[in-house]
Every structure is written in C-alpha cells, then in structure tokens.
Design a protein around this ligand. Structure first.
Ligand SMILES: CC(C)(COP(=O)(O)OP(=O)(O)OC[C@H]1O[C@@H](n2cnc3c(N)ncnc32)[C@H](O)[C@@H]1OP(=O)(O)O)[C@@H](O)C(=O)NCCC(=O)NCCS
Length: 143
C-alpha cells in the first residue's frame, strides 16, 4: 500500500535510511518530513513493514526530492516508481510544477529509475562527492 507517512512511521523510516543510505538522515530530519506542511513523506507499506519511502520539500511551485529508498529485499518490484507517482500527485495538488533532485553519477540504479520516470538531466557537478563521483542534477516538469 502506498500512503502518506504518519508520525508513528518515523522510527521505521529512520531504520530504512540506516539500511540504504551511506549518510542516513536522522530522526529529526525524518520527523520534519511528516510534520512540516511544506514537506511530504510517502511510504510503501508491505507485509506490515515500511518497505520504502520518498521524502520531498517544496517552496511555491518548485519541489526537491531529498531521498528515496527501498529496502533491499523489496527492490525491483515497482515500489520506487509507485512512490514517485504518488509523490507527484501530492505535489501537483500543492501547486508544484517542477521537481528537482540530485543523484551521484555512480548510482546507476537510481539514475535508471529517474530517467524511466521522466526526469531529465540538466546539469552536473564534477567530483562533487569525491574523485570520479559527480553530482547529476535532474528535473521533471509536472504541470
Ligand atoms: C534506487 C531505488 C530506490 C530503486 O527502488 P526500486 O523499488 O527497486 O525501484 P523500482 O522497482 O520501482 O524500479 C523501477 C524501474 O527503475 C529502474 N531501476 C530501478 N532499480 C534499478 C537498478 N538497480 N538497476 C537498473 N535499473 C533499475 C528499472 O527500469 C526499473 O524497472 P524494471 O524493474 O521493470 O526494470 C533502490 O534501489 C534503493 O533504495 N537504492 C538505495 C538508495 C538510493 O540509492 N536512493 C537514491 C538516492 S539519490
């Protein structure tokens, strides 16, 4: 089930971050996604567990995806695509017309996901994450 995150999901999302991300967000960052009315967190709940989530924030008509992750045993089952679709729907209803995100150039799985979901690369920052690890900047118009 894809749904908006609730406060009781925060600890599970923090665990998911720790599993998936090299620099995981901490509890306060995650809680703000749930409590701040300019932020969104959408979760994929499966077997009573939080299998994945996406978090984003917006200002006026521009949003930025801060993080997306799916637990390793639930990957390649369409959860990330479904999370992005739901996020896009929610952002649109808040008046957002363009979504931005940043991804490391070696993260081929995430890049494949974003490109399949219609994100287009518009810039890159060489060696942003260290030697040979560029930051790729993507955007998607949703108006
Ligand atoms: C990137 C990530 C969120 C994808 O989650 P997912 O639920 O497995 O993605 P989906 O099943 O929705 O994939 C949808 C499509 O994206 C592409 N894709 C996703 N992961 C891919 C991978 N590892 N390799 C190649 N293509 C991939 C495929 O086209 C896939 O469709 P297909 O399975 O029919 O071929 C997940 O691998 C993850 O959590 N990675 C670690 C965290 C991370 O790197 N987040 C991004 C930070 S910028």
């Amino acid at each position: 089930m894809i749904r908006t995150a609730r406060e009781e999901d925060v600890d599970n999302i923090v665990e998911l971050e720790a599993e998936c991300m090299p620099h995981p967000w901490v509890t306060d960052d995650i809680r703000s996604l749930v409590t701040d009315d300019k932020k969104y967190a959408i979760v994929a709940e499966e077997d009573g567990l939080i299998a994945g989530y996406v978090g984003a924030s917006f200002v006026l008509d521009e949003a930025e995806i801060g993080n997306i992750c799916v637990s390793s045993s639930y990957r390649r089952r369409g959860f990330a695509s479904a999370l992005l679709t739901e996020l896009e729907k929610e952002l649109k209803s808040s008046g957002v017309t363009v979504i931005f995100l940043e991804v490391e150039s070696t993260n081929t799985g995430a890049i494949a996901l974003y490109e399949r979901e219609g994100f287009v690369m518009y810039n890159e920052r060489k060696d942003y994450y260290g030697q040979g690890k560029d930051a790729l900047l993507y955007r998607k118009e949703i108006s």
